[in-house]
Design a protein around this ligand. Structure first.
Ligand SMILES: [Zn+2]
Length: 419
């Protein structure tokens, strides 16, 4: 049935994240706040947001369902996490303990740990098992307010195993009420059991996997890890050229430990350059001048115990900053976007508006999605609702104030009162 209307409210505040720039610094004084507001939803989209009492009056003669909220509530757009690796097998809890006990990357790899352990466990898992595990982790994300979640492949590292991961992500997406946005990261690293050269590997996955992604609707995004331990800018160039020629969006794991990746991102009009912990003023300025979204991954800094991406400098240079969790078994096991974004804000001195922009509309721009990340007429009715009377409490609580309700496409998908 079309045209089903729901009115939710009153909210002490709705923070619509509208009227803000895609790039550059944003003082909190620019943040729109609609007080004592109601949100009228029609089907899966927002119809209007204004004073609750006004909406109640306007729609009382219609068959609009009214969902009355008692107590204090603040509404944000459903959060967008533009970078995760939550499809995997096994656990790296032992690696984490070894790393924190001072063992080196090489010592951990020798003890059977490291990324190759995740590759081995992921290859051993069936597609259904991977899908189930992805669903389990994604549930944690949407209970924390995330309604759009990017998920990468990249632990299969062969044609068949990468495709298995992407089918598992597709299966998980069909089960979950939120949107999973799949990305092919077959260019995560050269698998150590590959019999040919780096160039052979990239050519094989490009020629065999890319057409399959199209045919089966498995992903429209291609990611690559540009790093001394993974692939060089020169090696990735023909791979990205093929991806772009076939109409894929590209994104890059860039400047995590050494620079070079963000320049490739700019060269190939990537949607985003993610990580950037090693970016210098030169990369910051080039990114700021480009259309590439700079995505900070504070979860990886927290997991590895290293510095954050220069978020303040990126914004001050005029860049677009998104913030994502990078949830993965090795370097970012926490997977709590709101907590990590709040912590990044404290360390990098970001305004509330800048942090919230980074996990809403700037993050949806990094995924090339223009129908979410803001609350306004025609946008998806994706809502994260918090028990408070002041939006500033959300980041002030550093992730410990969880949403009490989460709505996706106009449906209540999580209610903390009910668990
Ligand atoms: Zn990553």
């Amino acid at each position: 049935m079309k045209g089903v209307k729901k009115l939710i409210g009153p909210f002490r505040q709705v923070i619509p994240m509208t009227g803000l720039p895609l790039k550059g610094a944003i003082p909190d004084t620019e943040l729109a706040v609609i007080s004592e507001a109601g949100i009228l939803i029609e089907d899966n989209k927002i119809h209007s947001i204004k004073k609750f009492s006004q909406l109640l009056e306007d729609f009382k003669q219609t068959d609009t369902e009214v969902i009355l909220l008692e107590g204090d509530h603040v509404c944000l757009p459903g959060l967008v996490d533009a970078h995760t690796h939550i499809c995997f097998g096994g656990s790296r809890a032992n690696d984490y303990a070894l790393r924190n006990s001072g063992k080196t990357y090489l010592e951990i790899a020798k003890a059977g740990g490291g990324i190759w352990d995740t590759v081995t466990q992921t290859r051993k898992a069936t597609k259904d098992k991977l899908a189930k595990h992805t669903v389990k982790l994604a549930k944690r994300h949407f209970k924390n307010g995330t309604t759009t979640l990017e998920v990468k492949s990249g632990y299969g590292l062969s044609v068949d195993e990468e495709l298995k991961m992407l089918y598992a992500i597709k299966e998980a997406n069909e089960i979950l009420p939120i949107d999973l946005i799949p990305t092919c990261l077959a260019a995560h690293m050269l698998p150590k059991d590959y019999p040919g050269s780096v160039e052979d590997y990239l050519t094989e996955i490009g020629t065999v996997i890319f057409p399959k992604l199209r045919e089966e609707g498995l992903a429209h995004r291609i990611d690559a890890f540009i790093e001394e331990s993974a692939f060089s800018a020169k090696q990735i160039a023909p791979y990205f050229k093929r991806a772009k020629d076939m109409g894929f969006d590209v994104t890059v794991h860039a400047d995590q430990f050494s620079t070079g990746g963000s320049e490739v991102a700019i060269q190939f009009d990537a949607l985003s350059a993610d990580h950037l912990e090693a970016s210098t003023q030169k990369e910051i300025e080039l990114l700021a001048k480009s259309k590439v979204i700079a995505t900070a991954l504070p979860g990886a800094s927290l997991g590895l115990g290293c510095n954050f991406a220069p978020a303040r400098k990126i914004l001050d240079a005029g860049g677009a900053l998104a913030i994502a969790s990078d949830h993965n078994p090795g370097s970012a096991p926490m997977g709590d976007l709101l907590t990590q974004a709040a912590i990044l804000g404290a360390f990098e001195k970001l305004s509330n508006a800048e942090v919230l922009a980074g996990i809403t509309f700037r993050a949806s721009a990094a995924l090339n999605l223009s129908d979410r990340g803001q609350l306004a007429k025609g946008y998806l009715a994706d809502l994260a609702v918090f028990h408070t009377n002041n939006y500033a409490e959300i980041l002030y609580n550093q992730g410990n104030l969880k949403p009490c309700m989460v709505w996706k496409n106009g449906e209540l998908i999580f209610d903390r009162h009910k668990g």
